[in-house]
Design a protein around this ligand. Structure first.
Ligand code: 9MR
Length: 404
């Protein structure tokens, strides 16, 4: 048996309808989650899926906890937007990733254009963090303490914090956050750091800098705003662990198509890429979870910022699951059932998902069996089409059939 009776029962979901978080947890992750935003919460069909904890075990407010909302003018704090999402997560029983404290963007002009010296800006940062983190104390699994502080070449981005305080603002922010909520995991969060390179080296430098200053930093968040065809690597994650964090996570995953309308081959490649990211996380013990930057194309930020691009998420604009959903589900299920979800296997086992007594490669291999949740068909599929006893090959979409 590839999986236990208990796990089989756990995974016995009718039609595999909602399962990403359930499978992620069964595979050893802490959560599979989604960002959300206040304006969308009046969309009942959207919220029903978002609130299904079999599907999403974690929420991140896309905007409501940013400085422009929480302290729009000096000393005047407002938590209504952030609280709405924190309350939703709490009432659903979902973890909350809190986002974000020190960021050059969505920063009110009273901060970005103020005339500060190091003493006054230190006080502003301390006051902001102690109030905001204090308000959410005990509610945040993690905080993105500093966000996007690096240029693409790995140098520090010039912003008001760096201009006035130099690189000391990192430790300042992490110390203030730790003081306000000692139990929250504290992260540095950025994009284009999913692979080795100058920017990834910059993150390593930040982690070491914060630790050398005696401050607590627990994690690195890899935003993973990717383009179809790109793939992340495990070695970047390992470099962050090597620098001294105990966990890493994909915090804002989306994989956009660079031209629209999307073709079936584009969606198939996107599905493959989502599978690759999921496998990368499963393969790295320190990777605790995956958050997608909203779950549906209906509410994605991409078309507004990259006109003509998009369709980046795993549900389409009509809240239907895309091939990418099926692949993520399948990869998680394979890992959960000991079926080889990971590319390398610190977390998942090495048992292959498809068992065969003949060499595969023909279009119709014989004497082979696909385990529950495995792929058994779809456009371009040349592997096994015979499902294990008790399961049947069901069409998920033109590109993907699964043994269920
Ligand atoms: O999803 C957020 C979008 O609604 C805002 O308009 C945008 C403004 O900067 O921020 C988006 O979220 C960003 C996140 O906070 C940090 N990483 C990049 C995300 C996408 O821009």
């Amino acid at each position: 048996m590839l999986y236990s009776t208990a796990l089989t029962a756990l995974l016995a979901l009718p039609g595999a309808s909602a399962q990403l978080n359930k499978l992620a947890k069964a595979a050893g992750l802490l959560y599979f989650g989604s960002a959300t935003d206040n304006g969308e919460l009046s969309d009942r069909s959207y919220v029903n899926i978002l609130s299904n904890t079999d599907e999403f075990g974690q929420l991140t407010p896309g905007n409501g906890q940013k400085w422009q909302y929480t302290e729009p003018s000096r000393g005047s704090f407002s938590y209504s937007s952030g609280d709405q999402i924190a309350s939703l997560a709490a009432s659903n029983g979902q973890l909350l990733r809190c986002h974000t404290l020190v960021w050059y963007s969505q920063l009110p002009s009273w901060v970005s254009s103020g005339s500060w010296n190091s003493q006054t800006l230190t006080s502003v940062v301390n006051t902001h963090i102690s109030n905001v983190v204090g308000h959410y104390k005990g509610k945040c699994y993690a905080w993105d303490v500093v966000n996007e502080a690096l240029n693409e070449d790995g140098t520090y981005r010039t912003n008001v914090f760096y201009n006035v305080l130099g690189d000391s603002y990192f430790a300042l922010a992490f110390k203030a956050a730790a003081a306000a909520d000692p139990n929250a995991k504290l992260y540095y969060n950025d994009y284009n750091i999913e692979n080795p390179g100058s920017k990834q080296a910059g993150v390593v430098k930040i982690v070491k800098l914060v630790k050398a200053a005696g401050a607590k930093i627990d994690g690195v968040g890899m935003q993973a705003h990717l383009i179809v065809g790109s793939t992340p690597s495990q070695s970047a994650m390992q470099s962050y662990v090597g620098a001294g964090v105990t966990e890493v996570a994909y915090t804002e995953l989306d994989i956009r198509l660079s031209s629209l309308p999307s073709s079936s081959s584009g969606l198939a490649q996107q599905a493959n890429d989502y599978g690759t990211v999921t496998k990368a996380c499963l393969a790295e013990k320190a990777c605790i979870g995956i958050t997608i930057w909203d779950y549906t194309d209906k509410y994605s930020w991409i078309p507004g910022v990259f006109p003509g691009q998009g369709d980046a998420l795993i549900y389409d604009s009509n809240l239907n699951k895309k091939p990418a959903w099926t692949t993520v589900s399948s990869v998680l299920a394979a890992a959960a059932t000991g079926g080889g979800g990971g590319t390398t296997t610190t977390r998942a086992t090495t048992t292959t998902m498809v068992t065969s007594t003949t060499t595969q490669g023909g279009s119709n291999p014989t004497s082979c069996t696909v385990v529950q949740w495995g792929q058994c068909g779809g456009q371009g599929w040349s592997g096994c089409t015979v499902c294990a006893a008790g399961t049947t090959c069901q069409v998920g979409n033109p590109w993907y059939s699964q043994c269920l």
